[in-house]
Design a protein around this ligand. Sequence first.
Ligand code: PMT
Length: 346
Amino acid sequence: MPPPQKNYHTAAPEPETAIDRSHGDFPVAGDSDEEVYFKTHKAPSYLAEIEEQTKQFVEYHAETTGKRIALVTSGGTTVPLENNTVRFIDNFSAGTRGATSAEYFLENGYAVIFLHREFSLLPYSRHYSHTTNCFLDYMIEKDNKVEINPEFADEMLVVLRKYQQAQKSNSLFLVPFTTVNQYLYTLKSMSTILQRIHTKALFYLAAAVSDFFLPSSRMPQHKIQAQPSGKLVVDLEQVPKFLRRLVDSWAPQAMIVSFKLETDNSILIKKAKDALSRYQHQLVIGNLLQSRKNEVVIVTPNGEQEWIRLTEEDKSKKVEIESLIIPAVKHKHEEWMKSWQQKSTA
Ligand code: PMT
């Protein structure tokens, strides 16, 4: 018998081949950038329907459960190069951080709007949908029937119960996007709707949003043909950094948590602090491409830094770092809500 097949992770780039991000950050998007962007790019055709469903979800929790709502963004965004899209530019994010965090938000009493890249990992099904973890491996054939392999049954029952609880309590709302344009439009709409619950809204922006895109005004309608030069030159523009707009006008009372991904440890904290002063939000979670599943640093506007690291024992027990991140974020969110309460009673 050949030895069991080993899993190789081809999707993770070698750190030294990753992009150098030690240069300055992109300019913040202002009012006019917002206006120009939304004037020159069409809203997705399904947006009105999603807005309606989001309103119902938010209204339900505002009126019935009183739960706080976390909007979790997750996965990469694609940048189409053609209108009838054959080619596009993408990035590495599988949505692990977002999908895992969403589960722990639910466990910590939040309702969750999961704004995710379609076909990236989803809460609960992520345990069985990853290619290194094929769902068929969890089944056996017995007496001409399919059964759950008893080896995994206990573990699956735990996941199944949590999933069903999220469904039954109407606490998880899944909203997909694929392109940067869909992401930006949907984020803007949802932020505005979440104003309904004021400080009880929390934005947890784990998506890896493309930094560059091809504006629709310059996008070819059909598949790009072979060029006489034998080369294809693509002239991309910067995606406006809408984080400041989110803080200032789309959801001014919500707590906003962004992520900072770097590959060089020595600049991580500085970049996290720069992001806080640039966007004026409440929390940055810094992570390195190479070690993002084992350690993160939470940075606050007053300069506090809290490292969260998995110990060797945690790793052997398969503890997920998000199970430690979310309670820390929840604690900060409680402080944020209190600070607004104090402001309004002062
Ligand atoms: O999905 P995984 O494989 O688990 O990987 C998780 C992750 C590494 C992608 C995640 O933990 C992470 O770090 N995400 C943010 C990546 C990043 O550095 O983004 P940024 O520097 O381009 O943007 C900063 C923040 O602004 C991010 O929170 C981003 O979601 C948000 N952003 C960025 C651009 C934009 N136009 N709109 C945004 O909201």
